[in-house]
Write a protein that binds this ligand. Structure first.
Ligand code: GLN
Length: 190
């Protein structure tokens, strides 16, 4: 089985690679279209969605990424990765892939609450997961084929649509690999 590709244009891709390693999966940094060849899953990290979108456009990655994700590649986006995967944003519009049928609101938790941690009930996990939120988006609107996996304070913060998993928080900034395990179980067809 091929390595998990981790989009490495900007953001906390190294932390995702460490989580994947802890979860027992090899990974490869993706910076150009050829890096997508042979990967078994894809992670799009947190960072700044405007920068990730601009660099992906510059490196000719938008269409190749769309193609592999729409083709069913198990994919996990965190925070800016969630924004990049979505079809739209509430206000400003960074470049987006449009693979995940949700509308996101960037920086949805306000200035006072810029960064915070909260235990979350996540669908499919038995014990709560510590959500680390950093200038996090919320999912403002979900399409008919999108399953809500977690909410915080009544707001949607984790979703799944078929092969795509996305969270507004950062599992890669914790030692807990249960959400990376979810991605890996998708590629085994569990
Ligand atoms: N606020 C960032 C954005 O809009 C996302 C922050 C993050 O990825 N931690 O892209």
């Amino acid at each position: 089985m091929g390595p998990v590709g981790v989009l490495a244009l900007q953001g906390d891709f190294r932390e995702h690679q460490q989580s994947l390693e802890r979860a027992g999966a090899a990974s490869r940094q993706v910076r150009k279209p050829a890096d997508l060849d042979g990967i078994s899953a894809l992670v799009i990290p947190g960072g700044e969605s405007t920068t990730i979108g601009r660099l992906a456009t510059l490196y000719g990655l938008i269409d190749p990424l769309r193609e592999v994700i729409d083709g069913g590649l198990p994919t996990f986006g965190t925070c800016a990765g969630l924004i990049f995967l979505a079809v739209g944003t509430v206000r400003d519009g960074p470049p987006q892939l449009g693979c995940l049928d949700v509308i996101v609101e960037r920086n949805a938790f306000g200035r006072q609450n810029d960064s915070f941690e909260a235990p979350l009930e996540v669908e499919g996990l038995e014990a709560p997961f510590l959500g680390v939120f950093i200038r996090a988006p919320q999912v403002a609107k979900v399409g008919p084929h999108v399953e809500v996996l977690a909410t915080y304070d009544g707001r949607v913060v984790m979703v799944r649509q078929g092969n795509i998993l996305a969270s507004a928080f950062h599992p890669e900034l914790t030692d807990d690999v249960r959400i990376h395990d979810m991605l890996l179980s998708m590629l085994k067809g569990d």
